[in-house]
Design a protein around this ligand. Structure first.
Ligand code: NBP
Length: 469
């Protein structure tokens, strides 16, 4: 008898996803380019309905029709190579699903090419890492709706659940799912940067120890900031290095790595002409962190201000930092969701922002209580222009802005860099300002380049001879 679904690519993600699917009662065929991974997986799969195959022919013919094949291989050339090896063996109506971290423009291209062969192609974001893949990831599928309907029962069964709702919802045509996954990752960069700045201020200005930082983050995780990233941050401060006995964080080198999905999000913002400063600043913060050797040299040459003790008790400053973090987080999600709106218009995806907030609530790295508030905001107004205009978020940002201003000034006076906090506040202040100084920029553009301008008092396009008199 034939299997209900196939998984290609048996590194950590594919293997765990295959086990997850099998654990929900489906029969699964697996295949990997190099056969050792198939052997290893079968050894670890005793008692499971997993069928190993050793050639693409054997793999494809082991599947029920229409075939459902999930690719979990390295994004990029490996995905194209895998698709090309399968394509001659597939029949019209078969469904290929790419669960890798694929660039959304590749997904748009592949969807188009494969649909010319009558093959459905679903590009899906899968978030939650190895653990999520095994126990319930957040799934963001894009592609032909009718093809998604055929795999929806499997996706819903394997996905994370929040209050009984599956964290897998059809996102939109072609690249929509991978786009949303990309923005998810960008938001993740910003969340991590803002948490890191909070930590840095408490460490450097308030001199909190790792144990105290553990207490603060554990406490924060009980309130508005309740989220996976705050929870693991609390855990991290508890961990001691086995070799030295020091807190683990203090022995880890301050050079942040990245795989590029944050950068893609920023690049897309630049292409769409939509403001995404917090995520972009978070990407830049990783870049500047990686200039470790240069920073070490500069630290011997360039000096900052003498320390200034903040006003207020330690508890008051910690509460101000908590509020600064929450307000900045709101501004960051406002930017990410506004960018998804811009992309949805550009690519005709008809994205449903409340649904997206809902599937972000479980399984994925940015999962948080707060996403429920975003869902409710879009339920109140599906056409909401900016999250900060929603009644719940408006109230928070209006009452927390004082704390954000105070925290930034403490940082500035002490020479502690807070690029995420600063840009969050600038975004808020820019967005709420009726008249910005862009009138001067327009005058300059018209002066040196005759680029013309519009007027505040009448319609039309104007140019001034600036040097006339
Ligand atoms: P990797 O991204 O490390 O990819 C390894 C797999 O790709 C192996 O099965 C390998 O086969 C296959 N592969 C390569 Br490399 N080149 C190939 C080629 N030319 N033809 C056919 N197969 C090829 O695996 P992963 O970490 O499990 O991630 C899988 C996907 O899921 C990636 O796109 C990743 O970005 C995405 N993702 C990962 C995570 C995570 O937490 N790791 C989370 C979410 C999404 P081989 O064994 O023969 O070399």
């Amino acid at each position: 008898s034939k299997q209900q679904i196939g998984v290609v690519g048996l590194a950590v993600m594919g293997k765990n996803l295959a086990w997850n699917i099998e654990s929900r009662g489906y029969t699964v065929s697996v295949y990997n380019r190099s056969s050792e991974k198939v052997d290893d997986m079968l050894k670890e799969s005793v008692g499971k309905q997993i069928v190993g195959t050793y050639s693409v022919e054997e793999f494809v013919s082991s599947l029920e029709s229409p075939r459902k094949i999930m690719l979990m291989v390295q994004a990029g050339a490996a995905t194209d190579a895998t698709i090309n090896s399968l394509l001659p063996l597939l029949d019209k109506g078969d469904i290929l699903i790419d669960g890798g971290n694929t660039y959304y423009k590749d997904t748009i291209r592949r969807n188009k090419e494969l649909s010319e062969h009558g093959i459905h192609f679903i590009g899906t974001g899968v978030s939650g890492g190895e653990e999520g893949a095994l126990t319930g990831p957040s799934i963001m599928p894009g592609g032909q709706k009718e093809a998604y309907e055929l795999v929806a029962p499997i996706f819903e069964a394997i996905s994370a659940k929040v209050n009984g709702d599956a964290c897998s919802i059809y996102i939109g045509p072609d690249g929509a799912g991978h786009y949303v996954k990309m923005v998810h990752n960008g938001i993740e960069y910003a969340d991590m940067q803002l948490i890191a700045e909070s930590y840095f201020l408490m460490k450097n200005v308030l001199n909190l120890s790792a144990d105290e930082l553990h207490e603060v983050f554990a406490e924060w995780n009980k309130g508005e900031l309740d989220s996976y990233l705050i929870e693991i941050t609390a855990d991290i401060f508890k961990k001691k290095d086995a070799e030295t006995g020091k807190p683990m964080v203090d022995v880890i080198l301050d050079k942040a790595g990245q795989k590029g999905t944050g950068k893609w999000t920023s690049q897309s913002a630049l292409d769409l002409g939509t403001p995404l400063p917090i995520i972009t600043e978070s990407v830049f913060a990783r870049f500047i962190s990686s200039l470790k050797e240069e920073r070490v040299k500069a630290s011997k040459v360039l000096s900052g201000p003498a320390p200034v003790l903040p006003e207020g008790s330690k508890e008051e400053v910690i509460e101000a930092i908590r509020r600064a973090l929450y307000m900045s987080k709101i501004a960051s999600y406002a930017q990410g969701f506004a960018q998804m709106r811009a992309a949805s218009e550009e690519y005709d995806w008809n994205l449903q922002y409340g649904d997206i907030a809902m599937i972000f609530r479980g399984g994925c790295i940015i999962r948080a209580q707060f996403l429920q508030k975003i869902k409710e905001a879009y339920d109140r107004d599906p056409g909401l222009l900016n999250l900060m205009l929603d009644e719940y978020f408006k109230e928070i940002v209006e009452s927390y802005q004082a704390a954000l201003r105070e925290v930034i000034s403490i940082a500035v006076k002490n020479g502690v860099p807070v690029p995420g906090f600063s840009t969050a506040l600038s975004y808020y202040d820019s967005y709420r300002t009726e008249t910005l100084p862009a009138n001067l920029i327009q005058a300059q553009r018209d002066y040196f380049g005759a680029h013309t301008y519009q007027r505040v008092d009448k319609d039309g396009t104007f140019h001034t001879e600036w040097l006339e008199d």
